[in-house]
Structures are given as C-alpha cells and as structure tokens.
Design a protein around this ligand. Sequence first.
Ligand SMILES: CC(=O)SCCNC(=O)CCNC(=O)[C@H](O)C(C)(C)COP(=O)(O)OP(=O)(O)OC[C@H]1O[C@@H](n2cnc3c(N)ncnc32)[C@H](O)[C@@H]1OP(=O)(O)O
Ligand SMILES: O=CC(=O)O
Ligand SMILES: [Mg+2]
Length: 567
Amino acid sequence: MDLGTYGFPTPTAKNIISNYDAPEGVEVRGRYDAEFAKILTKDALKFVADLQREFRNHIKYALECRKEAKRRYNEGALPGFDPATRYIREGDWICAPVPPAVSDRKVEITGPVERKMIINALNSGAKVFMADFEDALSPSWENLMKGQVNLKDAVAGTITFHDKGRNKVYKLNDEIAKLFVRPRGWHLPEAHILIDGEPATGCLVDFGLYFYHNHSTFRRSQGGGFGPFFYLPKMEHSREAKIWNKVFEKAEKMTGIERGSIRATVLIETLPAVFQMDEILYELRDHSVGLNCGRWDYIFSYVKTFHAHPDRLLPDRVQVGMSQHFMKSYSDLLIRTCHRRGVHAMGGMAAQIPIRDDPVANEAALELARKDKLREVKAGHDGTWAAHPGLIPSCMEIFNNNMGNAPNQITTMKREDAAKLTEEDLLQIPRGVRTMEGLRLNTRVGIQYVAAWLTGSGSVPLYNLMEDAATAEISRVQNWQWLKYGVELDGDGLGVKVSKELFGRVVEEEMDRIEKEVGKDKFKKGMYKDACKIFTRQCTSPTLDDFLTLDAYNYIVVVHPVELSKL
Ligand SMILES: CC(=O)SCCNC(=O)CCNC(=O)[C@H](O)C(C)(C)COP(=O)(O)OP(=O)(O)OC[C@H]1O[C@@H](n2cnc3c(N)ncnc32)[C@H](O)[C@@H]1OP(=O)(O)O
Ligand SMILES: O=CC(=O)O
Ligand SMILES: [Mg+2]
C-alpha cells in the first residue's frame, strides 16, 4: 500500500474524480453516496474548510504543547496547578447563565450516531442524549456520514427506522431528550477529506457539518433560542478550550447567530486537565454548560501521563473505581469548581448494562449502578450518564429522590470543603493488587474491542459491561506498563513477573478462549487476528502509542477513487 506523508493511502491525483461538488482546495476521498452529498454540499464543505484554515496552526501548536508536557512528565515532573493562572482560579467570575432548555440534566443517555439508537435514545426518557462521534463510534467514513444524515433527520424530527427483521418501525415520541453532540478529539484526522492537501481535523468535520446543517432548526425546535449543544472530549489544557471557544465564535459569526448561542460541556478526562478546570471554564465562559467526569479516559490518562513512572503503577482495572482517593478528589473538585462558576457538574458513566438472561446477575449489576448514582447525587453532581435505556428509570429515581423538584444543585451544593483538595489528593496512587486475571481480562477485552472497532462498532457489550474506546485504552496502557516494568503480579499469590514470553502465552490462550466464546464461524469471519496484531504490537512497543485508535484508524480508511476508465 502506498502511504503518504500522514500515513494514509494516497491515490494519485490523476486517477481520481470526486463526485462531490467540493470548493477550491477541498478534496473528498470517501465513497460517493447521494445521501452523503446532501451533507457534503459545497457550502457546508466551505464552512468546514474555513474553520480548518483559520485554526489549523492553533491546533498544531496545542498538539505540540501536549508533546512538550509529555516530555516533562517522562522526565519526572508531575502535573499540577499553574501558578501563572492563579488569578483565574482565585477570581470571582461566573459563566453565562445556563439556558433554560438544559437546566435539568438529571440523566443523560449516550450512544453512537447510529439510526435506531438515536431514536431509542431520544425516546428513552433521559433528559439529554449525547450523540457520539467519539469513544462510542468507530470513525469509518460510512459511520461518520450516516451519523450526520441521521442527526439531520433527528433535529428535523423526521427520523424513522424500519427494522425489517422484526417488522418494527421506529419514530420519535412527542417528548424527546435534548440533543448534545460529541465530536472527536483534537488528535484524530479525517483522512477522507483533504483541505489544501492535508487531512482535515476530525472534530472540525464533525462539528462543522452538524452545526452548519442544524443550527437554525435546533435553536427553534429544541434549544429555546440556544444551541446547538456539544460535549468536548479529551482536552489536556485550557489553550485547547480557547480554540473551541474561538471556533464557536467564528461559527456564530459566519451564520449570523447570537454570540453565546452554542453551549458545550467539557469532559474532564485527562489528568492534566483536572488542574485546569477553572481555566477551561474561563476560556469557554460565554459558551459553557459545565464539566463532566469522564472517568474512563481519566483512568487511561493517569496511566498514560505516568507511563514513565514505575512507582505509580495501577492495580487491576476493575479495582480503580470512584472510591479510590484520586478519583473521589477529582469528582469533588469538579463539583466545587462548576458550582462556584454557575454551571452543571455532571457525573460519569457506570459501565454496567442490563443482563438479560440472568436475573440475579442483572439485579447485582443494577445495584452497582444505583450505588454509583447515589454517590454522585449526594456528592452534588447535577446529573449523570447511562449507557443503556434500561438504566434510566432507576438513575432518574435516585436523582429525583435526592434533589426534590430542583432541576439541578448548582446553587445548593457548593462543596466549599473541596477547596482544600491538593495536588497530592488528585495524584494519589490508587490502592489494590495486580493479578494474572487482570492481565488476561485486559487482553481478552482489548482484542475483542479492537476487532469490533475494525468492523464498525465503537461500543460493545463484553462480559456484561459496556466497552468503548476509553475503557479499551485502560486495558492497553495497563498491559504496556506492566510489561515495560516487568511487574510482579502479586494479587493471586503467584508472584509471576510480566514478561514478553508470559504475555505471548496469555495472548495465545486468550485468543483460544475468544474463539470458543464467540464460536468458530464468527471468529473466522471477524477481524480478531488483525485486532490481536494491533493490540499486541501496542502493548509491546518500546514507546507507548498516544492513542490506540490513531494506529487502528489506518485500517479503516477506505479511499474511493473513481477511475477515469470506468466512467
Ligand atoms: C467512556 C464513555 O465515553 S461512555 C460514552 C460512550 N459509550 C456509549 O455511549 C455506550 C452506549 N451504549 C451502547 O452502545 C450499548 O448499550 C451497548 C453496546 C453497551 C450494549 O448494546 P446492546 O447489546 O445492543 O444492548 P441491548 O441488546 O440490551 O439493547 C436493547 C435495546 O436497547 C437499545 N439500546 C441499547 N443501548 C442504547 C443506547 N445507549 N442508546 C439508545 N438505545 C440503546 C438497543 O438499540 C436495543 O433496542 P431495540 O430493542 O429497539 O432493538
Ligand atoms: O467519555 C467518557 C469517559 O469516561 O471517558
Ligand atoms: Mg472519554
């Protein structure tokens, strides 16, 4: 395969004709589809290109700064509060008032931008649906473009879906959840759209196309004059929030809508960002509706940030819950910070999902989710996330029972006690043990997740839990770190050291187990062997890859040249 400067397949210019009517300097290399063409109009592409051209250098700089921070952490530095922005943390400012349409966000359902799931999620009884181009979506051209088509139909209120197998027609209820959209993180390119010869920035494509087509209908039908609403993932520093704020301002200006219409909740899901919460809200203060505890990426980021610190190894993934001191401190400080600035402090995702064929296990799983939600509402969170419609009634009941009739707790749960939390609290090493079963489970889950991702599913049920890009990342980086430092698995009394040989055996045995569990036929037809190759390489590489999905993305880029001879 001929790989170009950015590592993506490069068809030569002379044998490609794009059927899309693209503006000057824009080349669309994804499959042509008449439905996609209604999204990829010349004006919409120009809108995206304008954003890309104005912000590409800012984005490149922000990503360079991430590398520089990584270099410092690798040399032993710890993330912490920035003395230069103390005036922001200590200042007495607040964010713009919360739009009435999203004042009550007690339960938010999340899910990929898949047609049936969008309808189910909007009808689920949740207050908000976060439609995901990120952790829950494998960003293939087909998924991304169908996702844009689906969202446009959803905002217009015309979305339907016919499940032919079950002869069931899905359509929207009269009352639906408010829609938030989560674009990809800054690091992911969109290889199917070149702007001035470079892959577009994935999140500007997701944001730009959705915003361009839906802002007007959305503000009228859903937002009560505000919106569209967004979730912003994986930021590491307030300079990245500043770019989003400028993107929003430019988008508002280009479309002639009022400044401050667009609103976004930022996920605090990287370790460096916990020290920047005030600064992030400050940058976005005219466009903010709060922060969210993105707990799974946060755990991933803890390992990644400290990957060169062998004194900060994590115990088994299943033991790193919200009761660990560093996780509790992060949630408490997030609540205090948000409420001080007048915006929502959203809780996170419990990974439990309903277990259909085992009532006892189902009840135990739901009880774990209920406990997690009770902790959140009592701590002062204004709402929470659910991965599945089956969890919404119990989550809603817990938040309603503990918040009375109030839509949120912004003014009633100040959590001033959390002001005393220190850098040490936020970085405290989690307690627990490392086991052979932990290594095996990481491997089994990681490989199966990558196999699903390569075949188009970005969120899957595995061993009765929701797995997505963030949870799979924990499995990957944890294996990498245990291998790198040859840690002793101390939790099961074996005292075995993790080595390449041991890991090789574990991989082989877990592949056998996966084959048995999914069946020979599915195993053969699926992409388990490719997934195993990708996952194993990432766990054993001398230097830690920044993201699992950056490497795996090369496998799902499908460029569609239309050869002149075939026309
Ligand atoms: C770390 C983070 O970033 S968390 C946020 C990102 N992750 C996510 O959003 C995960 C969202 N959840 C999901 O994708 C799914 O619930 C899964 C993959 C975990 C489980 O999916 P399934 O195995 O298909 O669930 P199940 O078979 O029980 O589904 C039953 C019904 O609920 C629907 N459903 C399940 N989850 C969702 C959801 N999140 N949104 C809308 N509908 C849903 C299914 O479409 C199905 O509908 P149907 O009966 O009309 O056919
Ligand atoms: O995006 C959410 C997370 O937990 O990661
Ligand atoms: Mg995340």
